[in-house]
Ligand binder design. Structure first.
Ligand code: SAM
Length: 349
């Protein structure tokens, strides 16, 4: 075999292994095995007992975990351990824990038969079709984003925008457009009691979840509404959209509505993917393949399902900036966010 062929053959095996390990991580996350392992080295029986699951399954799962380099195994004691250096990425409540991401991928995977049909028949997979594959931990954006907001929303995302935190402290009317189940609104409403937050989403079920989880916060309200019909009145001092513009059916109209719904001197902060609109410029970016895949499996198809623009998450900084300017924001400033795959588009009026 040529060097190139041999290298690619190796890469294929590593890729298949990565796919299988993603599923194994999902199993470990959802059965509580990673959390159970934090208590210290354990035999498969001890670990199974800690997690309240069947030993035979745990032993086979540990086989994948050990040979995959996730766990250590001591052959003298037959005990398995999760190394300290690995634990933060698989356990706990911090944003470093990437295990919840596997649930999201698994949920997207559940809709693959419908997605494949769209390749031949056109159209898209509507948001509602993902529902059977979502649950409390697998919902989009899911547990991962809850952790990210709790840790990074105020000190990371909002603090990155000059003057925004002061404005929120003083008291501002804020709209979170495409708020999902309201994690960001909750975190911000707690941090800035003088500001009033409205979360808006078209998905009634997510808004119901948001309302139920936010009853204790008098400065947070939620509405079920289509962002493409956002009225200019009431106007807001600050409008934010976290990962919620590119999968809109009509993003141009939404951006125009956002512009019209800001008070003079208001600001729109859009958090979106930090990639180029030019595929070739994304080659070599370590996060690009994952983000293109997520874009295909969810963002692009949900928009196409509504007969929409199908921008996809990888629409890129150049195209996003052009669209923001066309919507009436002449000065678009692109800032880094605390996450490598996201940037902030700060649009002043
Ligand atoms: C990827 S999720 C982001 C959710 C949330 N901003 C977060 O980061 O946790 C995109 C959200 O946009 C909402 N959405 C899509 N189209 C919408 C529309 N036309 N009007 C309002 N919300 C919409 C979806 O229901 C979904 O909750």
């Amino acid at each position: 075999m040529t060097d190139d062929r041999a290298a690619f053959a190796e890469r294929m095996v590593a890729t298949l292994t990565g796919g299988a390990m993603t599923l194994m991580i999902s199993v470990g996350y959802r059965t509580g095995l990673f959390e159970a392992a934090v208590a210290g080295p354990a035999t498969s029986a001890e670990l199974a007992e800690r997690a309240g699951v069947h030993e035979r399954y745990v032993r086979e799962w540990l086989g994948a975990m050990v040979t995959g380099g996730f766990f250590d195994h001591d052959p003298r004691t037959d005990r398995y351990s999760l190394p300290d250096a690995h634990a933060p990425f698989l356990t706990g409540e911090t944003a470093a824990n990437l295990a919840p991401m596997t649930s999201m991928l698994r949920a997207f995977g559940g809709a693959l038969p419908e997605l494949e049909r769209c390749f031949t028949e056109g159209g898209g997979v509507p948001h509602a079709a993902f529902r059977p594959h979502f649950d409390a931990v697998g919902a989009v954006p899911g547990d991962s984003w809850r952790r990210i907001y709790e840790e990074q929303l105020v000190d990371g995302f909002l603090a990155a925008v000059p003057g925004l935190v002061d404005r929120l402290r003083a008291g501002a009317a804020v709209l979170d457009l495409g708020c999902g189940s309201g994690h960001a609104v909750r975190v911000a409403a707690r941090a800035f009691p003088a500001s009033r937050f409205t979360g808006l989403d078209i998905d009634a079920e997510q808004v119901a979840t948001a309302r139920a989880a936010t009853e204790d916060l008098p400065n947070a309200t939620f509405v079920v509404a289509d962002a493409a019909a956002l009225p200019a009145d009431p106007a807001y001092d600050v409008i934010v959209a976290f990962d919620a513009i590119h999968d809109q059916q009509d993003p141009d109209e939404v951006l125009r509505r956002v512009r019209a719904a800001l008070v003079p001197g208001g600001v729109f902060v859009m958090v979106d993917a930090k990639f180029s609109s030019d595929l070739d410029k994304n080659v070599g970016h370590p996060l690009a393949p994952l983000c293109y895949a997520i874009s295909l499996m969810y963002c692009t198809t949900v928009s196409l399902a509504e007969g929409g623009a199908g921008l996809g998450a990888m629409w890129g900084i150049e195209r996003a900036s052009d669209m923001l300017r066309a919507a009436g924001f002449p000065d678009v400033v692109v800032l880094d966010s605390p996450r490598a795959q996201n940037c902030l588009f700060v649009c002043s009026t």
